[in-house]
Design a binder for this molecule. Structure first.
Ligand SMILES: Nc1ncnc2c1ncn2[C@@H]1O[C@H](COP(=O)(O)OP(=O)(O)OP(=O)(O)O)[C@@H](O)[C@H]1O
Ligand SMILES: [Mg+2]
Length: 375
């Protein structure tokens, strides 16, 4: 039997806990011509929620649903490439009528689209192959506006566009989105300050252009029942105290709790009960499994970043990190070296910042540092 605590992407409604209200709200907003910004701290379940909303049989019948993850993109060319690829991949299995119009409209990339043995189109646009992203972007939006069904487009990790060198991209995308009546959008992102800045500052292009939805942690009672139910279905039992311990230790962040429950589930035999002392063993197991990864990430950090990373990990939640007190306490060099190290760590997502408080982004990374006796 499959482990019901799935940790590598949306696996269907059966493995998805709750979010009933959020699913209904998102659906209602999108079907009523709104665009939505979906914001939460990292790893709470934004991406899975998007797939869950798009997994609905009725929505699939009446709409085309496209999900684009722009995390790896560095400029408008990459963005356009990812968007086009996502559209192509969604349309390909839907028959010639669905994809032909798209291919005809993206004429700037006609030579980059190849056909496989079955006559199906493949997006083989290499990195950097988009010479004039503005033209291709215009073509893709022309398609979205003329598609034979209304479109729902989720752009995940949307805060990434604020890292592009070209700072006109935000305004460009906003203009297209605003004019596109046949498509509605979810802009999903995790860095709260960047996403909020984008949607709530009057000076920014997206100000008041979307409905904002702040995703909250799963309700503890509902999640506990979900987990216990999965154990029971396999003839196993779960002490509810396990879930409360996880809530407390991981600040209710779904991803960490779910990874641990995945291990706990596999370690609990049929007829047995999963209890609190098993939690530490499961965490140790996960840390041992990922030790090589953390070790190389850690030693690849430039020295100054590594020192600051350790200092932030020691504090748990670190504030005033460029202040004299923090610098002296952790034997760092100077405010200016901390500032540049901070930027490096934020850029690579090793740390996150919310209201000027810094913390290590991956909670397992902090636990690994503790496991190794480094903090
Ligand atoms: N409603 C849910 N039911 C069951 N598991 C969930 C649910 N939401 C999230 N998860 C678990 O948490 C993990 C992280 O969720 P997801 O990737 O959707 O978070 P995210 O907010 O998009 O994270 P990131 O900020 O890293 O993009 C999933 O892989 C899954 O294991
Ligand atoms: Mg995500």
């Amino acid at each position: 039997m499959k482990n019901p605590f799935v940790t590598n992407g949306y696996a269907g409604a059966e493995y998805f806990c709750d979010r009933v209200q959020e699913t209904a709200s998102l659906r209602e907003l999108l079907l009523n011509e709104n665009n939505v910004a979906l914001i939460s701290p990292r790893r709470l379940g934004k991406t899975d929620l998007i797939w869950h909303v798009f997994d609905d049989a009725q929505i699939r019948r009446t709409h085309y649903c496209f999900v684009v993850d722009i995390y790896p993109t560095k400029n408008l060319g990459d963005f356009v490439n990812m968007l086009g690829k996502a559209v192509m991949e969604e349309l390909r299995p839907k028959g010639r009528k669905a994809w032909e119009k798209f291919i005809t409209l993206v004429s700037s990339l006609r030579s980059e689209i190849s056909f496989d043995m079955n006559g199906l189109p493949t997006w083989s646009v290499g990195l950097g192959a988009i010479n004039n992203p503005a033209v291709t972007l215009d073509e893709i939006f022309t398609y979205l506006n003329q598609a034979d069904k209304p479109c729902l487009v989720a752009i995940d990790e949307f805060q990434q566009i604020t890292r592009y060198d070209d700072d006109t991209v935000e305004a460009t995308i906003r203009t297209y989105v605003q004019r596109c009546t046949n498509a509605h959008f979810i802009f999903s992102g995790s860095q709260r300050h960047m996403m909020n800045g984008m949607f709530t500052s009057p000076s920014r292009p997206f100000y008041q252009a979307v409905s904002i939805m702040n995703l909250q942690p799963l309700d503890m009672k509902v999640y506990t029942d979900f987990c216990a139910d999965k154990f029971e279905q396999a003839g196993k039992h779960l002490d509810p105290a396990v879930v409360s311990v996880l809530y407390q230790r991981f600040d209710a962040v779904t991803s960490y709790m779910h990874r641990i429950l995945n291990v706990l589930y596999s370690r609990t035999g049929v007829g047995e009960t999963c209890t609190v002392p098993m939690v530490d063993e499961a965490i140790d197991f996960i840390l041992r499994m990922s030790s090589d990864t953390y070790e190389s990430l850690y030693y690849q950090m430039p020295e100054k970043q590594r020192m600051l990373f350790l200092a932030i990990a020691k504090e748990g939640k670190a504030s005033a990190v460029t202040g004299g007190k923090f610098i002296n306490k952790h034997k760092l060099l100077s405010a200016s070296s901390v500032s540049s190290a901070l930027k490096g760590l934020l850029d690579k997502d090793f740390i996150t910042m919310d209201k000027n408080v810094y913390s290590v982004y991956d909670q397992f990374f902090s636990l690994w540092l503790a496991f190794k006796g480094m903090i």
